[in-house]
Design a binder for this molecule. Structure first.
Ligand code: PLP
Length: 408
């Protein structure tokens, strides 16, 4: 199916796409690691620094009030974008990793006891594995892992079998960064809630590519990073249901998160301020606001359709290449293609593609366990975004054929 999506117009909004690499036009296929930024985001950040910058929440002067308004305005934009019912449910953090660690150090620290279980899946990014292992070491909590099948899909029956009365938290990605699998969250969340477990969704790879509604999803926590969502690095979001956030102890102590301080005792501000100690990434929030508004302007549904077309096109193109094996063939996939070339190490493929101006990610993608399941130390990962084209897929395929020629 062809949509009336104007990718050429979208590309014009991204100055970096005019760059040449080794004398060749840049073919950027590593958005799953971090997205490129539209001019609207770059300009919003410089305009903020040039005309509105001051520290927030404390100044009595106009500039500080302005900056505060923009920072808090970004919270409103995020709230509306993810379908949260209350703006206080949106906590600004540095990135998805920090958001998960925040939940591990506050909610989980308070509510989980030795012998309790945290259930994740075999597809998780290290950011959604290591914090729970560290929690386990601190508190004697058991980490359980739901397996995936040979296509890289979570097996719901297996997932359900692992849920029990000790499962206090299910922490799962919405989309796997290594394989692109879209997880069956609706069923997983329903099953987890039936067992009385809370659910944290790692939306880092989902939110730039599909509509997200945390209310409808009914997750308890949702985390993502601004830099994968066309925004700047250094800003991310933890969404939490208000009743949960209100009952959570603080994470970091310092300015802005308190109600009152004396040497004997301090009391803490309500959420979200309780979890935003110190001067935050003010310009980052402004940039994130601009990124979301940009994406909404293009239309997230249209973006999702376009990326799906690209994924189908690329899957067909790459499947024609002799000696190329796609890793992760789930029925429901986001625009990520992981693959290996017979007889060529993934790092050599990455270097050869770079010579052709094609930027892809090679390695374990911070998901070593899933690589182990597929019996490969590393894959080449091409990930697509709203600014990629079929022509770029063709260039990837041509460069892969050349690489195979060289190494054979
Ligand atoms: N979760 C997933 C699924 C990811 O793909 C990533 C980054 O690649 C992260 C979490 C961590 O994101 P960040 O490094 O921005 O904290």
């Amino acid at each position: 199916m062809t949509t009336a999506y104007d990718v050429a117009a979208v590309r014009e909004d991204f100055p970096i796409l005019d760059t040449t690499v080794r004398g060749k036009p840049l073919v950027f296929l590593d958005t799953a690691a971090s997205a490129q930024k539209p001019r609207a985001v770059i300009e919003a950040i410089s305009e903020f620094y040039e005309t509105h910058y001051a520290n927030i929440h404390r100044g009595v002067y106009q500039l500080s009030a302005d900056a505060t308004q923009r920072y808090e305005g970004s919270r409103d934009t995020v709230q509306q974008f993810i379908g949260a019912t209350d703006r206080r449910e949106v906590v600004f953090v540095r990135n998805a990793t920090e958001a998960i660690n925040l939940v591990a150090h506050t909610w989980a620290e308070k509510n989980l006891q030795a012998g309790d279980e945290v259930l994740i899946t075999a597809l998780e990014h290290h950011a959604n594995i290591v914090p729970w292992q560290m929690l386990g070491q601190r508190k004697g909590i058991r980490l359980r892992v739901a397996p995936v099948n040979e296509r890289g899909e979570v097996v719901l029956e297996e997932f359900e079998k692992l849920l029990n009365d000790r499962t206090r938290l299910v922490a799962v990605a919405q989309v796997s960064n290594a394989l692109g699998t879209i997880l069956p969250l609706e069923s997983m969340i329903e099953l987890a809630h039936k067992r009385g477990a809370r659910v944290l969704v790692d939306g880092a790879q989902a939110i730039p590519h599909m509509p997200v509604d945390v209310g409808q999803m009914d997750c308890d926590f949702y985390v993502f990073s601004g830099h994968k969502l066309l925004g700047p690095s250094g800003i991310g979001v933890l969404y939490g249901k208000l009743s949960l956030l209100e009952a959570m102890p603080p994470f970091l102590g310092g300015g802005d998160m308190i109600e009152s301080v004396s040497f004997e005792k301090s009391t803490y501000a309500p959420p979200p301020a309780r979890f935003e100690a110190g001067t935050p990434d003010i310009a980052g929030a402004v940039g994130l606001d601009a990124a979301i508004q940009y994406l909404q302007g293009v239309g997230i549904e249209r973006v999702a359709l376009w990326e799906h077309e690209l994924l189908e096109y690329a899957t067909a193109k790459l499947s024609e290449i002799d000696g190329l094996r796609i890793i992760g063939t789930a029925a429901e996939k986001s625009a990520v293609l992981s693959f290996v070339l017979e007889g060529v190490h993934a790092h050599d493929v990455g270097t050869a593609l770079d010579q052709a101006g094609v930027a892809v990610r090679v390695g374990h993608h911070c998901a070593q366990p899933v690589m182990e399941i597929f019996g490969v130390p590393a894959t080449v990962r091409a990930s697509f975004a709203l600014y990629n084209t079929r022509n770029e897929v063709d260039q990837l395929a041509a460069a892969l054929r050349e690489t195979l020629e060289i190494f054979r």
